[in-house]
Ligand binder design. Structure first.
Ligand code: SF4
Length: 590
């Protein structure tokens, strides 16, 4: 993590930058190691007789209510997943709201992909013949919203799941119903004194995680495709804070804020004000969690737009030390000192224009000397990989030219040193493994030049290089935001359709993470395991319970055909991944 602007360093102009302690400083200032009960998952504060710190196997150190380590660790793990899923569900709901607002003319967006809308109508068995575009959006929007409130039946979106996997879920009783329903079910079950048997709690955890990966994430991805065309590829290595441009920094996993501002750029009033300013353009930037503070600390950000999750409160604190205006968007987030705007609904386009005008006004006040300190930043509007030649990829996997596929997920984490995402990706590429990445990992790999250009090819093994050239793909592919994990499941389903096994558990395909911060990432991991895809993480807060560890790392394979693997050392993790993929290949070859 960049800690180049610490509290005492002088700028190149001999002036001290405004005092601000960043996340790296705060970790070192705390001088505290992590609490063993918290990191082991056995600290319970679910009722007012606690908090209780529980030691597995020590009779005197169970909870006041009698809860044992496995119950408490399962409840805590479930709530991590539940919180992650709830965030994803809300992001998906925002997309449906945006779709419906668009046909009412109340949003700054457009419908770009009507054929895909028709496909969706067919999936839901809607009578769409003769409907005009607005009626079609209305019908599909209502049907999508029904997936959130569904009470008893399986999600209609499970039609995308291969039949064998659906049968497994039905037998286990984990087929997800409504998106909201599964989060509520998980929260009430983990209330003090409700569900106490850890495997049963973990079953609901899986059900909730599946509602995300196969429901919320699918809705998000479909509507992203329907409303927003894939962005053009952008170089992430240039460093994108510009001295001569208005820098508007956007932190949100949803594309809504970025797209609204992009549309606002066409406004004649904005163009005229921009022409009268000294700025040479407006620079819209989105970035990963680990860059938030350092980018704002450069003094070069004119507007900081926050919406969605993973916004560090300290980034806004840093912004207040400069001329930077702070804006919150959407119906989920407000911050002290931020001006709030709604971008979806009546007045959305006007609000987008207002934010751009704020940037133009703030640019005039920017202290130009601060730009000398600007840190390298990343432009994240990378092209997400919308389609892949599944038949060709299946063929390359069968021949062994592509040894396997790894989907890298995760986040920057200030407690983790070095660039684990990059280390892991490079190790996998050298073993002829195709790397797919989402969210912050995509951004990290883009920053390192792995999404385009020559460098990535030098890291890839010779077999993988030849296979990717034949397929016309980069050895590292971005699958979009961390909210879009379903894109991997879609690719995996296509491989099965092409005859590569009968189920996800048959495929030489895993999910891996070098580091994580957000609860959403754990939710994605649990969805993958429950879908039959073994998932490698550096750590999970469950080690305080032996039964939990035994179940997640081993016994759950009986249920799902996949399990978690925990390994903090990136080299060992890569080795374990290669060995796992080879094991799957050996079975496929029989
Ligand atoms: Fe302690 Fe039980 Fe209350 Fe948890 S639910 S805080 S273990 S008494």
């Amino acid at each position: 993590m960049n800690n180049s602007m610490n509290k005492t360093r002088k700028s190149s102009h001999g002036q001290s930058p405004p005092t601000f302690s960043n996340a790296v400083d705060r970790i070192s200032d705390r001088e505290m190691s992590m609490c063993l009960f918290g990191s082991g998952g056995t600290c319970c504060r679910n009722c007012n007789m606690g908090p209780c710190q529980i030691i597995d196997g020590v009779q005197d150190l169970i909870g006041v209510c009698g809860a044992t380590a496995d119950t408490v660790a399962a409840r805590n793990f479930a709530r991590i997943v539940g919180a992650g899923v709830s965030r994803q569900v809300e992001e998906a709901r925002e997309m449906v709201r945006a779709l419906r607002a668009t046909v009412r003319g109340e949003s700054p967006f457009m419908i770009h992909d009507q054929p895909r809308l028709v496909e969706l109508a067919r999936l839901f068995e809607l009578d769409h013949v003769g409907l005009d575009k607005n009626e079609l959006v209305q019908a599909v929007g209502e049907r999508l919203l029904a997936e959130f409130g569904n009470q008893e039946d399986e999600l209609a979106l499970l039609k995308f799941v291969p039949e064998k996997r659906r049968r497994i879920w039905r037998e286990l009783g984990v087929s997800p119903r409504g998106l909201d329903r599964e989060v509520v079910e998980l929260m009430h079950r983990t209330h003090m004194g409700v569900d106490q048997e850890y495997v049963n709690i973990l079953r609901q955890t899986s059900r909730c995680a599946l509602a995300d990966g196969w429901g919320a994430s699918r809705v998000f991805g479909l509507l992203n495709d329907i409303m927003f065309p894939a962005p053009p590829p952008a170089s992430a290595r240039e460093g994108c804070l510009r001295n001569d441009k208005i820098n508007i920094l956007i932190y949100s996993q949803s594309p809504l804020a970025l797209e609204a501002l992009l549309n606002g750029l066409d406004d004649p009033g904005v163009k005229s004000s921009l022409g009268n300013s000294r700025a040479r353009g407006i620079n819209l930037i989105s970035g990963a969690i680990g860059e938030q503070e350092s980018m704002v600390q450069s003094g070069a950000v004119d507007v900081l737009v926050v919406g969605g999750s993973c916004v560090m409160p300290a980034a806004c604190k840093a912004a207040r030390l400069f001329h930077t205006r702070i804006v919150s968007v959407g119906n989920s987030i407000k911050m002290a000192g931020a001006e709030h705007f709604e971008l979806t609904g009546p007045g959305g386009l006007e609000n987008a224009r207002a934010i751009l005008m704020m940037g133009i006004a703030a640019f005039a006040k920017r202290a130009k000397k601060e730009m000398d300190e600007a840190v390298e930043a990343v432009k994240t509007t990378m092209r997400r990989h919308d389609s892949i030649d599944a038949r060709g990829l299946a063929r390359q996997i069968k021949t062994g030219a592509v040894r396997g596929i790894v989907f890298l997920i995760g986040c920057d984490n200030y407690r983790v040193h070095g660039d684990g995402h990059l280390d892991l990706a490079e190790a996998l590429l050298s073993h002829d493994i195709l790397v797919m990445a989402g969210g912050c990992v995509s951004e990290s790999l883009a920053r390192a030049g792995m999404m385009q250009g020559d460098d990535v090819w030098a890291k890839a093994g010779s077999l993988l290089t030849a296979a990717c050239r034949e397929l016309g793909i980069n050895p590292v592919l971005s699958l979009g935001q961390c909210t879009e994990s379903n894109r991997l499941l879609t690719i995996a389903s296509s491989l099965i359709e092409e005859g590569l096994g009968n189920d996800f558990a048959d495929l030489p395909l895993v999910v891996a993470s070098a580091s994580w911060t957000s609860e959403k990432i754990v939710a994605t991991g649990q969805c993958m395991v429950a879908s039959g895809i073994t998932t490698f993480f550096p750590n999970l807060p469950v080690r305080g319970s032996k039964p939990m560890i035994e179940y997640l790392l081993d016994k759950c394979r009986v249920d799902y055909g996949a399990n978690w693997v925990l390994e903090e050392d990136h080299r060992k993790l890569a080795k374990a991944v290669v060995s796992h993929l080879d094991g799957k290949r050996a079975v496929l070859d029989r």
